[in-house]
Design a protein around this ligand. Structure first.
Ligand code: PLP
Length: 386
């Protein structure tokens, strides 16, 4: 416990390890665990360590900076970073043995230059745009990129580690573009082989594809969301995934108010009767969406108490009812978490919040703010976290 903090994001690293196993079983392939955006705000280093201990063969991040932070945290496994700008320092990435996924022949030129400067062979992946039209080598630059990869590999300035692409419709398992993207990357890998370079691994599947399309898995799957325990295709199933994060705090203050008293900014809720309020010290500065004002429930002592009035930056108010609901100051208050986080009424999930705001659970979890102290439990590596 941190005796100065109000809010905790408790992360069950045993759930992370379990979810890695679920993904391996569903896909029949190795797992590259995606820990970008600070591990979807769960903490990239502890999650990454737990995933590697559970058998993940590599960790994936967007930025080289994220990969370097993992190295600084003492993680010595395979790290792949796939989103760069003209300013990205590839020399630093090579010195840290980070696998640089390139999206253009221009990026490859800069990696080759950096490899010569550092005097080391760069580990490179190629990210191919097979239909998402986002990052990745565009089809009209493919031949030039393949030629340049072959030349760079031949002179020893790079080693081609992996070939990857990202699906546009992973969450629609039967969409025809999924198989087409898979075919396109196979064609690209065949092009590379003809030029004498063969990547060690091919990986294309994000969480939904890893769970639903084992036929597309290739050598490894590259899930993010499902590592954290959420199903990206809840209509298909939860696959036995366990949500890792519980966002929790304790009731900060309890007060009685008379009927007619307005609550929180602009008094958008006015007490219809004498009642008892609980102040919960979490707000939109912590990732509780303000748009859920008046529409979320907080789980205290097995019951869900409704938020009333506006959600503020640091706090929100719940109505405990005329009898105070048996709630005392200091009682544990759960904002969201796995169903198993508490007994009694169901604990809201990140998906419930997402549905309430018209977004996806990816956005809810990745926005949990830095003020929520990350607390790690059930660490499969046996490490204890203070
Ligand atoms: C974020 C990301 C993933 C993980 O996607 P999920 O849907 O969270 O599984 C995989 N690959 C790339 C390139 C990504 O950017």
């Amino acid at each position: 416990m941190d005796s100065y903090a109000n809010l905790y994001a408790t992360v069950d690293l045993g759930a992370i390890a379990h979810n890695v196993g679920v993904l391996r079983d569903c896909s029949g392939a190795d797992v590259i665990a995606v820990v970008k955006a600070d591990g979807y705000a769960h903490g990239a280093a502890p999650v990454g360590r737990a995933a590697l201990a559970a058998g993940a063969i590599a960790l994936g991040v967007a930025q080289v900076r994220e990969a370097r932070l993992l190295r600084r945290a003492g993680i010595d496994g395979h790290l792949i970073a796939w989103l760069h700008t003209d300013h990205t320092d590839f020399a630093g990435a090579i010195a840290d043995d980070i696998d640089i996924a390139v999206s253009s022949p221009r990026q490859l030129v800069r990696v080759v230059d950096a490899a010569r400067t550092v005097g080391r062979t760069a580990t490179v992946s190629v990210k191919i745009d097979t239909g998402l039209a986002r990052s990745g080598v565009s089809p009209n630059e493919w031949d030039a990129t393949a030629d340049a990869l072959a030349a760079a590999a031949a002179e020893g300035s790079i080693r081609l580690s992996t070939a990857m692409c990202h699906l546009a419709f992973g969450d629609e398992p039967d969409h025809p573009l999924n198989s087409l993207q898979s075919q396109r990357i196979d064609d690209c890998v065949a092009d590379l082989k003809r030029r004498g370079v063969t990547p060690d691994l091919v990986h294309i599947a994000n969480s939904p594809a890893a769970l639903t399309r084992p036929d597309l898995a290739h050598d490894a799957v590259r899930p993010g969301l499902s590592i954290y325990g959420y199903s990206p295709v809840p209509d298909v199933g939860d696959f036995g995934l366990i949500p890792a994060m519980t966002l929790e705090t304790s009731v900060s203050l309890i007060k009685k108010i008379p009927a007619g008293q307005g609550v929180s900014y602009n008094h958008t809720w006015i007490a219809p009767r004498d009642t008892v309020l609980g102040v919960v010290p979490a707000g939109y500065g912590d990732g509780v969406p303000r748009v859920l004002s008046g529409r979320l429930g907080v789980h205290v002592n097995g019951r869900l108490f409704p938020n009333v009035g506006r959600i503020c930056m640091d706090q929100l108010v719940i109505d405990l009812g005329p009898d105070g609901g048996g709630v005392a100051e200091g009682d544990r208050a759960i904002l969201f978490g796995p169903a198993t986080a508490a007994s009694g009424e169901a604990v809201p999930s990140a998906k419930d919040w997402a549905d309430g705001c018209g977004t996806i659970d990816y956005e809810i979890i990745s926005r949990v703010g830095s003020r929520a102290v990350r607390r790690y439990v059930n660490d499969p590596t046996g490490e204890t976290h203070g």
